[in-house]
Design a protein around this ligand. Structure first.
Ligand SMILES: CC(C)(COP(=O)(O)OP(=O)(O)OC[C@H]1O[C@@H](n2cnc3c(N)ncnc32)[C@H](O)[C@@H]1OP(=O)(O)O)[C@@H](O)C(=O)NCCC(=O)NCCS
Length: 227
């Protein structure tokens, strides 16, 4: 066989392999390797320092911009609407400091809070949630907090997998499962509605009004998915 013919055969063989791979991909042959790991409490259970730091980074990526926006808005539009521009500038500066200082507090919170779970996609940690009982916004309902998927991994079903896991493992027999979501967070609201959560009127107001500022309360009732 001359070298031109054998090179052509090798190239066409490679092209066929690539095409077969692509075909399998489109046919759903390659499933992304998605898994959820849950811990009762990170203070007591095992998590590597590296994974813990990744969780904190994930949380910051998802929620620091949101905290900056809503805290600034709440303080300048609701709490101190008549503040001068100079005072408003001081408020913005204080919010920035608060977010920076919050890094250690966030670590303490994650170590102390109940029921933390994270998603791994093809070996990388890409999302998290936690849930715990709440007295501040509800009367002792289990609440889901901190649902987050890293930007790069969004749109691939990770949020759905996390929320399905949360519904299974956080729900208590006969009790509602609740969460709050900013009213302009369309992706999250759509995800929650798809899984059976409904917007409800809160049955109590939190002591700190900031806790419910611009937020919807959503509830998943036992048996909701099968109705
Ligand atoms: C909300 C979030 C967790 C969704 O995660 P995700 O992995 O992208 O979600 P999925 O791929 O499983 O998508 C599930 C559903 O969410 C909704 N959704 C996701 N992205 C959306 C978008 N950009 N616009 C509208 N709806 C969207 C859709 O209903 C989607 O279902 P569909 O694919 O059948 O249309 C993710 O966008 C996120 O981490 N956002 C930042 C943090 C945050 O806001 N968390 C919620 C706090 S309450």
């Amino acid at each position: 066989m001359n070298s031109k013919v054998s090179r052509a055969l090798v190239i066409s063989g490679l092209l066929a392999l690539v095409a077969a791979g692509a075909g399998l991909w489109y046919a759903g042959g390659f499933q992304p390797d998605l898994s959820i790991t849950a811990r009762k409490n990170l203070g007591k259970d095992m998590i590597s320092e590296e994974d813990f730091n990744t969780l904190i980074t994930l949380h910051s990526e998802c929620f620091d911009p949101e905290k900056r926006t809503y805290l600034n808005r709440y303080l300048t539009e609701v709490k101190y609407p008549d503040a001068s521009e100079k005072i408003k500038a001081m408020i913005h500066k204080r919010v920035e400091d608060f977010i920076l200082e919050g890094h250690q507090k966030k670590k303490d919170y994650m170590r102390d809070t109940q029921n933390v779970a994270w998603a791994s996609l093809n070996g990388d940690m890409v999302g998290l949630y936690n849930c715990r009982t709440d007295e501040e916004l509800t009367r002792g309902s289990m609440m889901i907090f901190n649902v987050c998927v890293t930007r790069k991994a969004r749109g691939q079903g990770v949020g759905t997998a996390l929320m399905k896991h949360a519904i299974e493992s956080c729900q208590r027999p006969g009790r509602d499962l609740t969460l709050t979501v900013y009213e302009d967070n369309a992706p999250a609201i759509s995800l929650y509605k798809k899984l059976g959560f409904k917007v409800v009127t809160p049955d109590r107001q939190p002591d700190d009004p900031y806790m419910s500022y611009s937020k919807l309360l959503m509830k998943y009732s036992p048996g909701a998915a099968s109705r």
